[in-house]
Design a protein around this ligand. Structure first.
Ligand code: SF4
Ligand code: SF4
Length: 166
């Protein structure tokens, strides 16, 4: 079967994978972002690396302050980003294809969820501010308040539920 050719972004030619076009987040649809743009969209908050608990009856999802073992609690970055999937098999690698299934349990501030839901990036987003520290200064990131998962037995994670609503 013939594969559909991807549509070019509105008013913009298709670009090589390592290209980051000026203000791409304003008008390039998520599936048409280059690999580099897709990666750059992450605000570095680290919230998606917090463990979540799902109520088996209601399906309700709650975030905890218990972080994945690979998360650096100060930089809010994955300690082994390139090989994360091999080290943490349950880590979900976000792609344009799986975003529709995953967006509902991503943090509300997550740039991927915001754009997927038709919103705009906030002024504290590093792409908008031009400063990677702005996400931390705005109090959006998990800097300084996570607990590594190896320090707390899983049966006690419920004691560490935080207010963040997915
Ligand atoms: S929640 Fe979204 S923006 Fe924040 S670190 Fe995770 S993928 Fe990046
Ligand atoms: S493996 Fe890395 S990216 Fe995945 S949840 Fe853990 S810290 Fe986050």
């Amino acid at each position: 079967m013939a594969r559909r050719r991807p549509r070019p972004a509105r008013g913009r030619p298709a670009a090589p994978d390592d290209t980051i076009r000026p203000r791409f987040w304003e008008d390039v649809p998520l599936p048409e972002m280059t690999k580099a743009e897709w990666e750059a969209l992450c605000d570095g908050c680290g919230k998606c690396c917090l463990n979540k608990l799902e109520d088996a009856d209601t399906g309700e999802v709650a975030f905890t302050r218990i972080a994945c073992r690979l998360l650096d609690g100060e930089s809010c970055r994955c300690g082994q980003y390139e090989i994360r999937k091999a080290l943490v098999p349950e880590c979900v690698v976000l792609t344009p294809a799986n975003l529709p299934d995953i967006a509902y349990w991503m943090p509300r501030s997550c740039a991927y969820r915001v754009l997927y839901e038709g919103g705009r990036l906030a002024p504290w987003h590093p792409l908008v501010s031009g400063d990677p520290e702005s996400v931390h200064r705005a109090g959006i990131s998990v800097r300084g308040w996570t607990v590594p998962e190896f320090e707390v037995p899983q049966e006690d994670w419920e004691d560490h539920i935080i207010d963040e609503e997915p």
